[in-house]
Each structure stands twice: as C-alpha cells, then as structure tokens.
Design a protein around this ligand. Structure first.
Ligand code: PYC
Length: 315
C-alpha cells in the first residue's frame, strides 16, 4: 500500500495536482536527470496519480523536488496522462498558489527550477501570479502540412517551454460546444506533422497544437484552443502556449515589448501576457504570464496493489 499526499488546484479551469510527499525517490542531479529517472524507473506512479480513476485526462501532475540551486524555492517536474512536460505555465501558477496555501511562501518573487530551466514567479498581494517563463522563440513561420480531411493547413512552429504548432487560418468555431471537432482537427494536424517530419529544434516532436480565433471578451488578444500531448484540451489559455504566441506576435511585428496580450481560453478564462526582448539572443522573447489559481483539494491518494486498476486506466 502506497500513500501519496497531494494538493489539487485549478488555474483557469486546468487542474494541477502537486505531489507533496510519498512520490518516487529520484535521488540527486539536475531536474532533467531526475525527470529521466522518473520516466525510466517510476513511470507507473505518474499514471496512478493523473490517470483515471484518481485523476482525469486534463490533470497535470507536479512532483515537488528539492532544487539543486539554493536560490530556488522549489524544483518541479510536470507530467500528464501521456508523459512528461518541459514546462507548464498553468501548473507553475498552481504550484505557487499551492505553496502559498501551505504557508511556505508569501507575496514576492520566487525562483522555481524545472527540467528546461529556472522560471521566476511573482506572487502578487491580490493572489494573482506572474510567471517569467523560459526564453521563447518562433522556429518556423508558415509551415504547410497536408491534413487528412482538411487539406493544406499552415501554421508557425514555436517554443514556449514546449513545442507548439500555431494555426490562425481555419474554418472552425472556437466554442466549448465544438470541442470534439476541435480535438479531431488538432489531433489530425499533430499526426500530419509527425508524418511529414515537421518538428521543433533537433527533431523534437511538436506535441501541442494551438488554434486561434476572435474573442468577444478581451481586447488586444484572442481566444485559443490548445490540444495537449495526451489528446486532452487545455482548459486554461496555456502558459507555454501563450509564450509561444508572444514569440510569434513579436516575430510578426504585431506586439511590442511591454504591451499586454490577453489570451482567452476555450473555457473563457484569461491570461495576460507580455514580453521583454532577450538581450543575449536575437529573436527570443522573455515572456511573462499572469493568471490566478485556486486550491480545490487536499488529499492522500492510496495505491492498493490488490486493485487491478492501481496504476490507472490504460497502464
Ligand atoms: O499552461 O503551459 C501550460 C500547459 C501545458 C500543458 C497544459 N498546460
């Protein structure tokens, strides 16, 4: 019998489950090394925590780790029903609110180590959180891919802590009632990208697909639908996806440093995004994403080896 202590929250509708105790023993090393150990030796703990019957297709897990650097308040490894994430914007906002709920941090600036670099989080006095995400950039503008049932689709390939394909031109309505059609379209796009060999840097798989449309709620912004690696859609506007969007807006000369972009999600929640320029790398932006999260649960998960579904459905 294993017991795993978790705190649940949601950020703009997207759940985050932080493992506080009882997680896998990953030893020392960088967060990237520990993530590989998690994947190689303890993957069934990932599936037990986020898959049904304990989790859901939308649940993102966050394993709280000792940081290697003493100026970081925490280290974190994000994961979902399909595998491991480089960074997670909504999850970082959820983690900060969780640490505040536990009394471990107060308002102010905090550094968090992830497998793809250190992110800085500002907890504001009103409870909102701003994440200074990893440097983000557009790799390819206007890549074209032939999508079964839809014909040629063009989009940008950009990095925001995960790899994204960002689509502006399409015929779909961005409404919650249309999630099945949006999921079908974006899943086909993802498969077509893989089949055509369109990738991120160094052949990295593009595992997030983002579709944009007009928003009637926000000004200077848009509404999005984001397909996550495990085929669930992001209930939040997606922090890493908004970072990739900021990189594309900058590359197209449509948003200047410091100007605010409002990214509304398919569920109606909104992140504020802005960027500064990376002084060391032309074309890269340093995104800042602001959003709110709320704690929704405090639980101990019980993993009983007599249970045939102990490691989660499909595991
Ligand atoms: O907010 O970056 C994000 C994210 C990635 C996957 C789900 N949410």
């Amino acid at each position: 019998m294993m017991r795993i202590r978790v705190l649940d929250s949601h950020t703009g509708g997207e759940p985050t489950r932080v493992i506080l105790a009882g997680g896998p023993p990953l030893g020392d090393g960088s967060l990237a090394e520990r993530r590989e150990r998690f994947r190689a030796e303890h993957d069934r703990i990932r599936t037990a925590v986020v898959r049904e019957p304990r989790g859901s297709e939308a649940t993102v897990g966050a394993l709280l780790c000792e940081p290697t650097s003493s100026d970081c308040v925490a280290g974190v490894i994000f994961f979902d029903n399909a595998g491991y994430l480089g960074m997670c914007g909504h999850g970082s906002i959820g983690l900060v609110v969780t640490l505040a709920h536990l009394g471990r941090i107060g308002p102010g600036s905090h550094r968090i180590e992830t497998p793809v670099g250190v992110v800085t989080a500002e907890l504001h006095a009103d409870g909102r959180v701003t994440i200074a995400n990893v440097p983000s950039y557009r790799l390819t503008a206007g890549a074209r891919v032939e999508v079964k049932g839809f014909g040629a689709v063009s989009g940008d390939v950009a990095w925001g802590g995960n790899w994204f394909f960002l689509i502006e031109n399409h015929a779909l309505t961005l409404e919650l009632s249309n999630v099945d059609a949006l999921t079908d379209f974006t899943w086909r796009v993802r498969q077509a990208l893989t089949a055509s060999g369109i990738t991120g840097k160094d052949g990295a798989e593009i595992d997030h697909i983002e579709v944009f449309g007009p928003s009637n709620r926000v000004q200077r912004g848009s509404r999005n639908f984001v397909l996550c690696p495990g085929k669930a859609y992001d209930r939040s506007p997606c922090g890493t996806g908004t970072s990739a969007k900021l990189a594309c807006l900058h590359a197209d000369g449509k948003l200047r440093p410091g100007e605010v972009w409002h990214q509304e999600s398919i569920t109606g929640s909104v992140f504020e995004g802005r960027f500064t320029l990376d002084p060391t790398r032309p074309g890269y932006v340093l995104p800042e994403i602001t959003g709110s999260a709320y704690v929704t649960g405090d639980a101990t998960l019980i993993l009983d080896e007599r249970d045939p579904l102990v490691w989660g459905i499909g595991s």
